[in-house]
Design a protein around this ligand. Structure first.
Ligand code: MSP
Length: 504
């Protein structure tokens, strides 16, 4: 059995969850749901990044102690993920004792290996990024990410000898071409490395809100150096070696393109320095844009709370939109109009309509009992389903949820087309009608399995209305998608519209 370890970035608790965070987290959740269906052993970790200057300052601005502020906001992330049906296995908070222990163990190992040394650092620092920049990386003297002024910082602290890892990193990327996806982002990471790496200051004396450096009580670790290690804490680093070696490096880090340098340059070098393998894959996605701009608090842009969208559209429609409308490696536009259009076309008109039609004709022509499908050899839809399943699986496996869902919806469209061609609602009851409806029911059963990673609730409801027991969420590949699984003779329910058409 393969192991699949999925992570999201851990989110800063100076911000409340918005649809940009939801995007990464829902994609990660859907990936895990697919891998569970595929029979893999899955571990899904998300959480919150709670240390550092930015969080300390935002706590102060709200008149709260950092610990209190962090706890309140971590709760908000948990609530958002609950609302979005995100089924993580563990939620890590970097202020937890288990994380402090892992950070201290990992960084002490790097120091013992000779890669951490004291020194003096002076540089230009962006507080929003929590990172230093060189003069030529700035745009008009301002942070290239946040378009904000930078400050000069000078510190006596400890340095990680990143410069010593230049050629090892290049070799690693050359021998592991899949390590960063898509390829354009891998090239970006290689570009950073080839342009020359400088040692990084990894501790701070200017603030107390961090993980204490075990060998020097005046220092805490710099927030990024603590944050990245969450990926190890979550699987027992320094605490449960057996568990850790079972899961590492089967890791798939899903990140936004804003944090490539940390994940694709610093992090693999840190792993090398500590004597463990770098993560097996980092998948970099683009930004979700609102009116062409990245949504974030520091950018002062419109905030869209997951709660508002879920109340308006329902959780599955939100999940579907996030997964279906953006090609994962590229930027995607988020708009109310786009969401309504996708909802009406794919959910109301295609999926919802198919289920309603089939249930209505089963009631009027088959006494409410769903007939069995034709054998694979005689059903045209069986061939469609087989090719759809192949494309669907390939889509998930290459981190392309939009392709996986596009494939699943092909089966819905073809089934609707089959019904329109055969018009069973006009034919008298009998074997002809039963053959058409049996095939449509079987196609719907397969659709429920294929839609489950994206829309677990809707899939469960389709399943239930078809009269099936159990849940498509627990369905296992490949048996669950082999043509012929619908047994026939089950009571099919005509419920209310799954996705009532919207007029806004
Ligand atoms: N705390 C760091 C990550 C540490 S990981 C070891 C951080 N946090 S963050 O709260 O700023 O979240 C960054 C992540 O949120 C991005 O990498 C991305 O996954 C997601 N997104 C935030 N805004 C987004 C968009 N507008 N669009 C897409 N993803 C967005 O950086």
């Amino acid at each position: 059995m393969a192991r699949f370890y999925q992570t999201t970035p851990i989110y800063y608790v100076n911000d409340v969850p918005h649809i940009g965070h939801a995007y990464t987290t829902v994609v990660a959740d859907a990936m895990c749901r697919f891998h569970r269906q595929a029979g893999d052993e899955v571990f899904f970790l998300t959480g919150t990044d709670e240390h550092g200057l930015k969080v300390a300052q935002s706590a102060e601005a709200h008149g709260m102690a950092p610990a209190e502020w962090a706890a309140a906001n971590a709760e908000r992330f948990k609530e958002a993920w609950k609302l979005l049906d995100v089924a993580y296995d563990d939620f890590i908070r970097t202020t937890e004792p288990r994380h402090h222990l892992a950070v201290q163990a990992f960084l002490s190992r790097i120091r013992d290996n000779g890669w951490i040394e004291p020194g003096t650092y002076e540089g230009l620092y962006c507080i929003s990024c929590e990172a230093y920049y060189t003069e030529d990386e700035l745009v008009d003297g301002r942070c290239p990410v946040h378009d904000r002024p930078v400050v000069t910082m000078k510190e006596e602290n400890y340095f990680f000898k990143l410069s010593a890892f230049e050629s090892r990193l290049i070799e690693w990327y050359e021998s592991n071409p899949e390590a960063v996806q898509p390829a354009t982002k891998r090239n970006e990471a290689l570009g950073f490395i080839r342009s020359g790496l400088q040692d990084i200051s990894i501790t701070r004396t200017s603030l107390r809100w961090g993980v204490p450096v075990p060998w020097d009580a005046d220092h805490v670790f710099y927030v990024w150096y603590d944050a990245l290690i969450n990926y190890l804490t979550g699987i027992g680093y320094g605490d449960d070696e057996e568990r850790f070696s079972a899961w590492w490096p089967a890791s798939h880090h899903l990140i936004g393109k804003d944090i490539i340098r940390f994940h694709c340059v610093w992090w693999p070098a840190m792993c090398m320095a500590a004597g463990i393998d770098p993560p097996s894959q980092v998948f970099v996605h683009g930004y979700l844009l609102v009116s062409g701009r990245k949504m974030s608090k520091t950018g002062g842009l419109t905030q869209i709370a997951p709660r508002d969208l879920v109340e308006d559209f329902g959780v599955d429609a939100v999940r579907y939109h996030l997964l279906r409308d953006v090609s994962l490696g590229s930027d995607g536009e988020f708009s109310h109009e786009g969401m309504v259009a996708r909802y009406n076309s794919d959910l109301a008109n295609n999926l919802g309509n198919l289920l309603a039609r089939v249930a209505t004709v089963v009631a009027s022509r088959c006494g409410g009992l769903g007939p069995a499908p034709q054998p694979a050899g005689s059903a045209r839809l069986a061939d469609v389903a087989a090719s759809v399943v192949r494309d669907w699986e390939a889509g998930w496996r290459r981190y392309a949820p939009h392709e996986a869902l596009e494939a699943a919806w092909r089966l819905i469209r073809e089934t609707n087309a089959e019904l329109e061609a055969k018009e069973p609602w006009k034919a008298p009851p009998g074997p002809g009608v039963e053959a058409v409806l049996g095939d449509a029911l079987e196609a719907l059963r397969i659709v429920a399995v294929l839609a489950a990673p994206a829309m677990p609730r809707t899939s469960g409801e389709v399943w239930r209305r078809l009269g099936l027991s159990g849940s498509p969420v627990d369905a296992r590949l490949p048996e669950a998608v082999v043509w012929g699984g619908y047994p026939g003779g089950l009571a099919v329910e005509r419920g209310p519209a799954l996705f009532p058409r919207r007029r806004d």
